[in-house]
Design a protein around this ligand. Structure first.
Ligand code: FCX
Length: 419
């Protein structure tokens, strides 16, 4: 059975031809007009990127290489991302374990961070510092040919993914205690090892949760802030560590990945204000008070989705199966019944439905991982899979440096003066 790298080496030549043929046949075709509002409106809906790992449909949600989340769960009951056979899963797990240690200077950087520095900032520092040993940066300095870029990119991508549990585990223990980091086990899968480094390996249900968590957070097509940032920075031929470090800084924003932390903070505040078992009316008023204070309801709304996020539903199903009576899950469900109506009534949000972040924190809390400002680190570990995969493809297919055109307001006024 081929390794992941051998499989890629097989696929790349045909994909290069596929892209060539697609461009030859469709390269000059238009997607329709670009309107001025899209320049002012955060490029919403602007067709601008190629991203092969996953595609997001506004109604249906995410598909990974054509598969919905339930289909992925069906195909891979233990949901270890790509690999079809158990033998290949094991080989990949062993490969990641062998690559998992981080340089001692990176350990020192983390150990010197004050525990008050947000875990995401620590995470980004450490990932950026891994560029010290980048195979791509080294090969580039030695004059590697463009057609071979993907190979050291692949090595860096695998190193990146492999080293994240040790980085995340070290940050977790430095900030919240829990003693010395245990060793990664080469005969166990990635999620088990991540759980172990966080101190949760004795909870099989938590390990199962991490498998689901990592899969559903791994990729959400190319236009979201973390994915696009990684692709953009990678397009300058910055190596995968520099590119993914930049992704993490975007993921750390409250409108993106930090929302999972914000949701828990918001729920906790609600609990302390309203007490246990609040009435629907009290919750409704609390939601309104958030909106009236000029704040967003975290975990609700989406730039692309217009239905309940299937990533939310997958987590809800997990909760219904494993923790139906958890009081915080009950509150999350109650909020699910109330917030969409309030957002519709308020009339601003284009999508009143919950996204992935509305549910993840309550599951982690249930198993004792209640350190809320660590949550986005887990999102970041997961997102590495999607970003790293696209970085490999971008280098394999010779993606050029990104350079969209910007305009000044004066230029727009002049351009459309008499139109
Ligand atoms: N609560 C209150 N107001 C909301 C809202 C929410 N949950 N969602 C959108 N709105 C508001 C916007 O703030 C905007 O107000 P404005 O006209 O005064 O500027 C208006 O509704 C229209 O925004 P809309 O087009 O619907 O949404 P955007 O594409 O601009 O933004 C996000 C999408 C996700 C950023 C937005 O819905 C939001 O802020 N949600 C809360 C934060 C969150 O959950 N983020 C995580 C998203 C995601 F899944 C992830 O990346 O992890």
């Amino acid at each position: 059975a081929p390794t992941l790298k051998e499989r890629l080496a097989d696929l790349i030549p045909a994909e290069i031809e596929n892209v060539k043929a697609t461009r030859a046949e469709h390269g000059k075709k238009s997607f329709g007009p670009v309107i001025v509002d899209q320049l002012y409106g955060g490029m919403r809906g602007l067709p601008a990127l190629i991203w092969d790992g996953s595609v997001l449909d506004a109604e249906e949600g995410i598909r990974f290489r054509g598969m919905t989340i339930p289909e992925v769960q069906q195909a891979l009951p233990k949901a270890p991302w790509w690999v079809p056979t158990q033998e290949q899963v094991n080989a990949l797990s062993r490969d990641w374990a062998a690559r998992s240690s981080i340089p001692s200077f990176v350990e020192e950087i983390l150990d010197r961070c004050p525990p008050t520095l947000h875990p995401m900032s620590q995470f980004s520092l450490a990932v950026t510092a891994l560029n010290h040993d980048s195979a791509f940066a080294k090969a580039y300095a030695q004059g590697i040919s463009k057609k071979d870029y993907w190979q050291p990119t692949f090595e860096d991508a695998m190193d990146l993914i492999a080293k994240l549990p040790n980085i995340a585990g070290r940050i977790f223990r430095n900030v919240y205690g829990g003693g010395k980091l245990p060793a990664i086990e080469a005969d166990k899968d990635y999620s088990y090892n991540l759980a172990k480094l966080l101190g949760f390996a004795d909870k099989p249900e938590f390990v199962e949760l991490l498998r689901l968590y990592i899969t559903i957070h791994s990729d959400h097509e190319g236009g979201n802030v973390s994915a696009h940032t990684g692709k953009l920075v990678g397009s300058a031929l910055s190596d995968p560590f520099l590119a993914f470090g930049a992704s993490l800084n975007g993921l750390a924003g409250p409108l993106h990945g930090l929302a999972n932390q914000e949701v828990l903070v918001w729920l906790r505040k609600m609990q302390s204000k309203l007490g246990e078992n609040p009435t629907d009316e009290a919750v409704r008023e609390y939601v309104w008070s958030t909106l009236k204070a000029g704040q967003v309801v975290p975990g609700y709304g989406h730039a692309v989705l217009r239905k309940t996020d299937p990533r939310y539903m997958a987590q809800r199903e997990f909760a219904l199966k494993h923790l139906p009576d958890d009081p915080m899950f009950k509150l999350v469900s109650q909020v699910f019944n109330i917030v969409p109506n309030v957002l519709l009534e308020a009339g601003k949000a284009k999508n009143p439905w919950p996204n992935v972040d509305a549910h993840s924190g309550v599951l982690l809390t249930h198993y004792g991982l209640d350190q809320m400002n660590f949550y986005t680190v887990l999102f970041g570990v997961s997102r590495a899979f999607g970003v790293a995969a696209q970085l490999i493809w971008d280098r394999a297919l010779g993606a050029p440096i990104e350079r969209p055109k910007s305009y000044s307001t004066a230029a727009i006024q002049k351009m459309f003066k008499d139109k």
